[in-house]
Design a protein around this ligand. Structure first.
Ligand SMILES: [Zn+2]
Length: 145
């Protein structure tokens, strides 16, 4: 392997979280050391079951990251007001949306842990700023098992 990095990060394609993800990578010394997979709904299609073409496509991204770059860590992220899940309108409250999306992220972590037992898997929740969500970096917090 002529070159490599330490992490692959799975994120939603939503432009609003760009600066927050950048801050996350920078603050955790992962900027320039992370493959980033950006897809609508982040973990959503990976969780449909590994037989679905969408989840196969996403799994392939992780496998390529492992094979080509020798990563040691998979970072799962989800964020508030995620459109592919229906956003706040579907869940009613931020708390209910958070509970559901984090439950999904934990389920995915368990599945990925079986498939990639050598990888450390971390989870983070991105929080919508109270104002100017398009221009203010979203904050984030770690999610425990
Ligand atoms: Zn989203």
């Amino acid at each position: 392997m002529s070159h490599g990095c330490s992490n692959v990060l799975i994120r939603c394609m939503d432009y609003r979280i760009d600066m927050g993800v950048h801050d996350f990578l920078l603050n955790n010394e992962m900027l320039g050391d992370t493959d980033v997979v950006s897809v609508a709904g982040s973990c959503k299609d990976l969780l449909k079951g590994f037989g679905w073409s969408e989840s196969k496509y996403l799994l392939t991204q992780i496998e390529i990251s492992i094979k080509l770059h020798g990563i040691k860590r998979i970072i799962l992220t989800q964020h508030e007001n995620c459109g592919p899940y229906g956003g706040l309108e579907v869940f009613g409250t931020v708390e209910m949306e958070k509970e559901f999306l984090i439950k999904e992220m934990k389920e995915l972590k368990q599945k990925l842990a079986k498939r990639f037992p050598d990888q450390e898997i971390l989870m983070f929740w991105f929080i919508r700023p109270e104002m100017n969500e398009d221009t203010v970096p979203w904050d984030y917090q770690p999610v425990e098992d």
